[in-house]
Design a protein around this ligand. Sequence first.
Ligand code: GLN
Length: 539
Amino acid sequence: METRYIFVTGGVVSSLGKGIISSSIARLLLSRGFNVTIQKFDPYINIDPGTLNPYEHGECYVTVDGHEADLDLGHYERFTNIKTTRANNITTGRVYQSVIDKERRGDYLGKTVQIIPHITDEIKRDVKLLGSKGDYDFVITEIGGTVGDIESLPFLEAVRQLRWELGNKCICVHLTYVPYIRAAKELKTKPTQHSVKQLQQVGIQPDILVLRTEHDIPQAMRRKVAQFCNVSPDAVIQSIDAPTIYEVPLMMHDQHLDEIILDKTATPYEGEPDLTKWNHFLNKLNAATDEVRIGLVGKYVALQDAYKSIDEALFQAATYNDRKLRITYINSEKLTDANVDEMLKEQDGIIVAPGFGQRGTEGKYVALKWCREHDIPTFGICLGMQCMVIEWARNVLGMADANSVEMDPKTQYNVIDLMEEQKSITNMGGTMRLGAYACHLTDGTIVAKAYGKLNIEERHRHRFEFNDDYRAQFESSGMKCVGENPETHLVEVVEVPKLRWYVGTQYHPEYSSTVLSPHPLFMDFIRAAINFKGSKAQK
Ligand code: GLN
């Protein structure tokens, strides 16, 4: 089948959940048996979000091929089980970099290089690159930002041209916001009308409108929007606040969004999407009443999306274990010996989060000492694992100033050290140890049992590593190195067998947990937390 292109744009305000709508469309089309891929275009100038502070755009997601990506790619993977790559996330910076490289090589043969056609051609090339491989029936492209932003104009111009060139093989789904004015007790569609006008001004007529709303939008109001915006009334769909984002595909299907897309792109189809497994997950979610309480210790706790993939991996694992997840974010900067008991004692399991830099690490050591001494299930991820190693060195091995050279380059006990290949690197962007690497696990360990196999692959994002010079001391004192890279022998997993569940991974298992394939290590951690809760109750 000739590839169809679906663009998802947004209007009125940001944060409406374009990523969730795009992922839901992908889920529905996949469940109908189509081959689908999904990509994100971000209008900012950064080459990738890898160097951005989480306070800017939330968590940085990492693809298997080592691209530091927008967190929406995490949604795409969690909804679709598709493994995204570098090709699925383009920024203005990358578009310009590529055009400037071509200009320097002389590829433009003396022409003046301009936004139109050179930048827009580059964007169009990127849109079609995924489709040109012939593997996909649908390429869904989410355009970051909001219609009306100066920086998204070249992307919208590329969409306009593609719609013209591809005819009904290309459609635009526009997501807008319908605010509720409480004093007037009224929903207001004017911002939507204006946002569609703005799209029309750049030559794009949306085919489908998805209206984000906190209240049910009456049919008459939807018809009015249709009339004002040149959209057929059945193609005005509401996306009302949902208890979880995973309900959204069903809500979209109930309003026939998938059928409307198939009709508008002249795609033959029959029957209904097979959402059996998806519904199984939602049924478990809705049936769960007992809680499992997880404390997440990190420094970015004030920001909703900073630990997005960990939150979702925990949520999926809790749901499959028939529990309601209750996460408490614990600010590591505020943790002290004096308050740690109060801050952690209600929890059934503790996650020590990834991160960068000194700030907040001392609180992580306080938390880890408490976790060890209280034998509560504890999961350290990336910096969290490194902190487990440092805390052990300081408090079990008596190496008082043990540290990572990231925090203290002069430490006497550099139990976490800079990787050899990192020593000559001066450029910060895209130069960490990134993407999926093989790891061999030791038979009989917690991790090996959790995975049910010994050879795994997981994604990484770090510069520092366990210093092998200390391995023997850790092993003989009870912290075991139970996973290593088969080629470089870098230590990837540590655990303390004499504790209930005390595991640290240098890699990020959270990136590969999806709704239909929850991650085995998160599943096992949640099981341990549930058992621990049970044992507390019996006391
Ligand atoms: N800052 C640590 C490193 O670079 C850990 C990174 C992380 O937690 N992702 O090695």
